[in-house]
Design a binder for this molecule. Sequence first.
Ligand code: SF4
Length: 767
Amino acid sequence: MAETKTFVTEEDGVVKVRTCAWSPPGDHPVGCGMFIHVKDGKIVKVEGDPDHPITQGRLCPRCIALDEVVYHKDRLLSPMVRKREDRGRDTWEKISWDEAYDILEEKIREIQKEYGAEAIFTLTGTGRESTLYAPVYGPAIMDTPNGASTYAFSGEACYGPRATISNYLLGAGVPEIDFAQFFPDRYDNPEFEVPKYIMVWGKDPLYSSPDGFFGHSIIDLMKRGSKIITVDPRLTWLGAHAEYHLQLRPGTDAAVGLGFLNVIIQEDLYDQEFVEKWCYGFEELAEACKPWTPERVKEVSWVEPDQLVGAARAFATNAPSTATWGVALDQSKQSTQGAQCFLAICAICGYLDVPGGVTITNPTSFIGQWRYDMGDTLSEGMDEKHIVDPTGKYALFNAGAAMGGVQGDTLLNWLEGMYKDDPSYYDLRMCWIIGNNPLACMADQPKRWYEAMKDLDFIVAQDIFMTPTIMALADLVLPLSTFAEHNGLVTPNYGRNQHFVGAMNTAVENPNTKSDLEILVDMGKRMRPELWEQFADVDDFFDQKLKENYGYGLEELREKSVIQPGYEYRKYEKGGFRPDGQPGFYTPTGLIELYSTVLESYGEKPVPYFEEPEYSPVSQAGAVADEYPLVYTTGGRHISMFHSEHRQIPSLRALHPDPLVTINPATAEKYGIQQGDWVRVTTPLGECTQKANLTNEVNEKTIHLEHAWWFPEQDGEAPNLYGVFDANPNNIMPHESVSVTGYGAPYKNGICRIERVSGLKGNGGEQ
Ligand code: SF4
């Protein structure tokens, strides 16, 4: 068949729609290119698009199983409502979209009138397409300030800390590996150089493709000669292929980072010219690193000195090298400290914004700007009603540098009434849950969230499947379309390091469902027509925004499928980062702030430091640490699932049927545990149960727990709620284990004990 570049072709009764994937079903904005084959109006096959510049025909199992998702018997295909007193019971009644919108409008207006719009808040999910639109629901539909990108998530410790620290230290978007992603001719582009080393810190991108970084690009670079350094408590596939593997104690990233910097500084391996010209605070950074000898780093982090020193030397002396960072850096109590070290390493080695180094861009995509413009539409006086901790905690978070919203721990405290006596307090009455399943996935201590939200007057949620959270709490549910059923666009890194814009094209019609943006525009027109009447529909929205910002429209994007913006290296020499067009960086000092004047102004130390996690063998030394002798980390991804999604998809569940706790075989033997046994993991705060997977991936002192498990095959009604509280490691986390910034979370580190039990609930074998 002749190759075509248009996005819809037909042969022998099969229509092929060329598109770029996002979600739902869940994924980060990787935008993998694919052809969706449609026969008689139904998806019959999905195949990779070999002409997609980044993914080049490769797909993971989640998109290959798209038809199983779209036509699943449990798919939500109609808005549904139930009585408030029936929360937790399967008494849903199907209604039309008009009826659903009428109910929603009436409830919002009722609450606005009786209690003020601030009594409404939104909860947003992670990574999905809704990430772009959900922050606007609160301000631009309901006029509430409590509606930005708020997760039910301790310290909003996913991407936000890294994005924030990038804003403050570099005045730029989020750094990423240079894998020639901006150039249509990719690795053949004459400006590009293959990185000598790639350091992968707290991340497993082959499985997770986080934030739009296509993990298999690392394989492409390895084939071209790049060598690997990994920093991870787990020996991942990349770690097994690395020259250096720094197997740290979970939660000690900042100690390892300080030691890594110290080797580079003490041995004069850094780029002195770059540091002198473009960095601020090098002396103070060097002073902060000095105590962190390889021996001290080993004592704290368990990383072997030869691995630390070898990795630091190899990284610093092999220009250009590059690095990528993961959510593990966000998810310790310290949060921003590890990230600060990571950026300082890249900066002093001179690897920022150079070929084969680390790409950084202005976060000025239309997506980013549009969100801020529409988010800035509150009526007079509403901004002051934004929920913040009345004691003045978390000023940096509340300044909204990168993510904005209500700090997750503050929100739970507020819902539980902790601040009831403060003059700023008011009751929350309504919640809109947008692509989020907090009881399974995002919330630490999910039972507390459940209890705290149970008494709200009204809860609406939208998703493609029933979830434990919707069954437990919602009164109205809106069915979402999958990415195969609506138009949209995908922008990696949410626009903060946007190497392409891709078109998401409707392949099959599903008039019973709507996209997150359709719901936003529909409800916006009802509630605040002055903001939304300017857009005839979602296509018109995309068309206007693309033309305003890039000079091309939606149809051109759809025809081309992907448009890459190109990349200019060393923008700091040419004024490419600053609005005034001057050389340098868009920071208060105009330089990369190794000593952060912004952190200092918010009460955080300006140079990185290490602090023990709240629950660690050191901070709890003595009776508590003796009772809980192992360290846990959680949340490593499996390629067949995205957070709490995909548990009901047969082919994907077959790849990974059970929640797995990874245990070193020697540790398992000590506790009488064998492969496949059910294991209860207990901390001072709770317990969860998962199935033993014995492997040397972790050392003898560490275990790894999978997150976000629930069981769609189980009874959905309360109190079981699809078994959501049984295997969930968020049960065992402390609340509000965050830094003074308001960022940080304990998802990646804590102490525990393990024991063999007879079944999932540990009391007789039910599974
Ligand atoms: S990474 Fe997997 S789920 Fe995500 S868009 Fe690509 S193929 Fe689809």
